[in-house]
Design a protein around this ligand. Structure first.
Ligand SMILES: Cc1cc2nc3c(=O)[nH]c(=O)nc-3n(C[C@H](O)[C@H](O)[C@H](O)COP(=O)(O)OP(=O)(O)OC[C@H]3O[C@@H](n4cnc5c(N)ncnc54)[C@H](O)[C@@H]3O)c2cc1C
Length: 292
């Protein structure tokens, strides 16, 4: 199918893009990599009156240092640039490990982290990681700016806390702390397909080798990316071994509400979530021990 007619403007400045978004609100869509937007327009699931192309806004792309041990990734940063960036591999190992699971190289050449987060597909890897890492998202409009905690950003399937006049300009994430390990794993039918379920786990150890902090995020386990907070808390202060991992995996299975699909029933998704949680936690612990 072909998209419904629309106006197209290649914005020259962020201010111009925000001015147009303020004018048209929900009738306007930003065009980033186009890898989600264009297919939905071709199926006429989305019929914007105007596309505001942000690809010329170079200041929206790239990775820079944030306050303290935090990293800021510009919304227009392409997956492929992140995937190939050695500093990202070192400072954000979860992102580095998950990126090869996102679609295919052709899509990663164009797709952007901002477009992916704003699209808010619950099966998508990056939203689960941003939630697992307790990231923050920076939104701007013609009249102001604000930071939104990742936990508050994803409000439903394909729905975010961004107002109709707002643009996502960057995402801020904490870098991997000392004595920590992380692991991302997913099951999908074929390489590059959306995950049936995916799990992002981080573990930080104290000087005695006990768990100081553990966080577990899941994709395709509910309407929004899920933070399995109780499962993470259950590990705090304990030496993590097989029984602790088993307990955390069971808590994850109890906490999620996957939607089920023709490819995987809810029960199968719940089963996979438990298996992947156990494996990802074990790998994250092992990596944390090596780092310590
Ligand atoms: C075959 C195929 C397989 C895929 N597999 C996966 C997968 O396994 N995992 C996965 O996560 N994704 C997958 N995707 C989706 C892909 O990751 C998309 O590229 C990504 O979700 C959107 O990024 P984009 O830059 O292309 O955004 P676009 O398609 O340009 O935009 C997506 C939405 O976000 C809005 N938007 C874009 N930028 C901003 C901004 N800065 N501020 C506010 N709103 C903005 C747009 O208006 C639009 O509504 C797949 C896509 C295809 C076609």
């Amino acid at each position: 199918m072909k998209p419904a007619p629309f106006q197209y403007v290649a914005a020259r400045t962020i201010e111009q893009a925000l001015q147009l978004k303020a004018e048209y609100g929900d009738e306007a869509r930003f065009l980033a990599g186009g890898q989600s937007l264009v297919p939905t327009m071709n199926f006429r699931l989305t019929q914007p009156a105007i596309l505001i192309d942000i690809n010329l806004l170079a200041e929206l792309a790239g990775v820079k240092n944030g306050a303290g041990d935090r990293v800021r990734i510009g919304a227009l940063t392409r997956y492929r640039n992140l995937e190939r960036d050695p500093a990202t591999a070192r400072r954000l190992p979860l992102i580095h490990e998950a990126l090869p699971h996102v679609a295919h190289p052709q899509i990663r050449n164009r797709g952007t982290i901002g477009g992916n987060l704003a699209h808010a597909d619950p099966a998508s890897e990056m939203p689960a990681i941003v939630v697992a890492l307790a990231g923050r998202l920076h939104a701007r409009s013609k009249t102001g700016e604000r930071w939104i905690d990742a936990a508050d950003f994803f409000v439903g399937a394909l729905s975010t806390a961004l107002a109709p006049d707002e643009m996502l300009v960057e995402v801020e994430l904490p870098t991997a702390p000392a004595r920590s390990g992380a692991c991302f794993m997913e099951v999908s039918r074929r390489r590059g397909d959306f995950a049936i379920v995916g799990v992002a786990a981080t573990v930080r150890l104290d000087g005695e080798g006990r768990c100081a902090d553990a966080r577990i995020g899941l994709c395709n386990a509910g309407e929004v990316p899920v933070l399995a907070a109780e499962a993470g808390k259950s590990l705090a202060g304990r030496k993590i071994g097989a029984p602790e991992i088993k307990e955390a995996a069971a808590l994850v299975q109890g906490a999620i509400d996957p939607g089920g699909s023709i490819h995987a029933s809810k029960e199968f998704q719940r089963h996979i979530a438990g298996v992947l949680t156990a494996r990802a936690l074990a790998a994250a612990c092992q990596r944390a021990e090596q780092a310590a």
